[in-house]
Design a protein around this ligand. Structure first.
Ligand code: GLP
Length: 238
């Protein structure tokens, strides 16, 4: 079932999200966090960083990675996760994995990533953002609801949305490795954060529309433990 909470400010959003995440991780013996990049989860990571003492043995798996960016590229999700999550939260870098977007054989890297998640015992709490086209991680509209970690092509709208992090649109990778919707659905708990009016339509379609590959985030409706935290107008179309 999906619980929807509206927060009055990004700080409130982060505080509430941190409480939800920490409560679920505390129930697990060897907790595993699923990590999302993007601006939406940053208030959560800020609050988790303040409570870093509660987190030391935490392991992590990122949702996705650009294909063809070396890990040292500042906009690779390897680098972003290091900067925005691993370092501020005081996690062990060796305990946090990101799909290998620089692999010679990306299909094999995708299969290995799935295997690593399984070996870790699965993801306990998966943090999520949402694209304004309803994407989850890099599962663009049309992604199968039971898809696994794989190579995907990015849509023009996603490349344009992410162009702000690159010198020009041409520099935004055209493909990515992403956990599939089936992979994401296997996490024990999902916590999705969305802020701002640009997310309002996608949130309404995901939570109140039909469950369909046209709106990848509509798979939330099939999951038993989902918390959706909204602020700044993302709740406007509900
Ligand atoms: C990217 C990421 C997604 C993220 C989305 C929204 O494309 N791959 O995981 O949810 O953008 O990002 P933001 O939170 O910055 O709006």
């Amino acid at each position: 079932s999906v619980q929807v909470l509206a927060a009055a400010s990004p700080r409130d959003l982060g505080l509430t999200a941190a409480n939800v995440v920490l409560a679920r991780l505390a129930a697990r013996r060897n907790p595993v966090l699923g990590i999302a990049t993007g601006s939406s989860p940053l208030p959560l990571y800020e609050q988790l960083a303040r409570r870093a003492g509660d987190l030391s043995p935490l392991r992590g798996f990122a949702l996705d990675e650009y294909l063809g960016l070396p890990p040292a590229h500042p906009q690779s999700y390897h680098a972003v996760v290091r900067r925005e999550v691993i370092d501020p939260l005081g996690l062990d870098p060796a305990a946090v994995r990101v799909p290998d977007g620089a692999a010679a054989d990306p299909d094999l890297a995708a299969d290995r990533y799935e295997a690593a998640i399984r070996t870790a015992g699965g993801i306990d709490v998966q943090v999520l953002g949402i694209g304004s086209n309803g994407h989850l991680a890099f599962n663009e509209p049309g992604s199968a609801l039971d898809s696994r970690t794989r190579v995907v092509a990015l849509t023009a709208s996603t490349r344009e949305a992410n162009a702000r992090f690159f010198p020009s649109l041409r520099d935004v990778p055209t493909h990515a490795l992403t956990q599939g919707l089936g992979t994401i659905r296997e996490a024990r708990s999902l916590v999705l954060l969305a802020s701002g009016p640009r997310k309002a339509q996608a949130i309404a379609a995901a939570l109140t529309g039909p469950v369909t590959p046209d709106v990848p985030a509509s798979v939330l409706q099939l999951h038993p433990d989902v918390t959706v935290l909204l602020s700044g107008g993302a709740e406007a179309a509900l």
